[in-house]
Design a binder for this molecule. Structure first.
Ligand code: SF4
Length: 345
């Protein structure tokens, strides 16, 4: 039964749920083997690095699972200056990384024009791709940032179950989040989405729906990160995601989604000291080293004890090498583009 599913090219929801239910060690090994084959075939042996700058931890939202939520008054808020952002971008570039991820909470006090200026300054100075991860903003802002040189946008749908979406996001609607992803796609961004695995009341059917929504949206990158409770959120007492389960979800996502970038997330490295290596073995082909400088990085506390290695490049290079993988020297554009060249290069 399981072998038959793994031999199929297109998997349906029932197939994915069956794989998610795998408990037997041999069966689980077969799934990981298949994920590794698919990763090799569609992504090769390269590991793409994305250097993250978490430039602001202000957020207008109150997502129930997140430590940056607006109502968390115990968190000291920060916003990096343009000079600090540029200095950090330079460090990323000097480390040989060709993608810079500008990440923040939904900080509406950072205007569209200010963000556009940061994008322009980075693009003028360094030969890099830029990914934005700034939450939901106006269509006009997305347009402005694309014109300024942004290449990609990461906006996770978090859960494809509309009821759970509205619970986690206090009445907000899944369809609006999907509409934002469609706006971004229509503007020419490479888009990334994904979920959090292990959120309260989430079922295997929901997780299968998350993987299939990534497929339906034809995303360029899909991120599946484990839920780790934040002590400063209403979900502080909820159970964290099991590391073996998130690895299984990643492996199944690789089998289903094939030619998309899948990261071994920082949250995975937080759950398990060998999380990056295990993630690479479970179908991942991307690592996103965090370059947010002190004293800010400790304050970007989405969840508890987030891993913040000082010598991050050392760990990342070691992780890739230990799995026999090579660090890419390209910008790691979408695997769906026929060449490395895009409009902004
Ligand atoms: S998940 Fe994002 S939008 Fe929600 S509270 Fe956290 S930072 Fe804000």
């Amino acid at each position: 039964m399981l072998k038959n599913i793994l031999n199929k090219f297109e998997l349906n929801k029932g197939d994915i749920i069956t794989l998610l239910q795998a408990k037997d060690e041999n069966e689980i090994n077969l799934i990981f083997q298949k994920a590794d084959e698919v990763r090799k075939k569609y992504c090769g042996n390269e590991v793409h690095l994305r250097g993250i700058i978490e430039f602001s931890n202000y957020c207008e939202q109150n997502c129930l699972y997140c430590g940056l939520r607006k109502d968390n008054s115990s968190l000291e808020r920060y916003r990096m200056t343009i000079d600090e952002i540029l200095q950090t971008a330079e460090k990323i570039y000097e480390a040989g990384i060709k993608t810079i991820v500008l990440q923040s909470g939904e900080d509406i006090t950072c205007t569209g024009n200010e963000i556009a200026e940061i994008i322009r300054l980075i693009k003028n100075e360094f030969d890099v791709a830029i990914t934005l991860s700034l939450g939901e903003r106006d269509y006009e802002d997305y347009k402005l940032w694309k014109k300024a040189g942004a290449d990609r946008y990461l906006l996770k749908h978090e859960t494809a179950n509309p009821k759970l979406y509205s619970i986690y996001h206090l009445g907000q609607m899944l369809q609006d989040r999907i509409q934002h992803l469609l706006y971004l796609k229509s503007l020419g961004y490479q888009i990334g989405s994904g979920n959090i695995v292990g959120l309260p009341n989430q079922t295997l059917e929901d997780i299968a729906g998350d993987i299939l929504l990534c497929k339906q949206l034809d995303v360029d990158m899909a991120s599946f990160s484990p839920f780790i409770p934040s002590p400063d959120s209403p979900y502080r007492k909820q159970k964290r995601c099991d590391v073996n389960f998130i690895l299984l979800v990643m492996a199944i996502a690789r089998i289903v989604l094939k030619n998309v970038h899948i990261p071994a997330t920082t949250a995975l490295a937080t759950l398990d000291p060998e999380g990056r290596e295990k993630g690479l073995r479970a179908g991942a082909n991307v690592i996103m080293p965090n370059f947010t400088p002190a004293p800010y990085k400790e304050k970007y506390s989405i969840y508890a004890n987030k891993k913040t290695d000082d010598n991050i490049m050392h760990y990342v290079i070691e992780a890739a090498a230990s799995e026999g993988r090579i660090i890419s020297e390209t910008k790691g554009q979408s695997l769906k583009l026929s060449t490395e060249v895009t409009q902004n290069e």
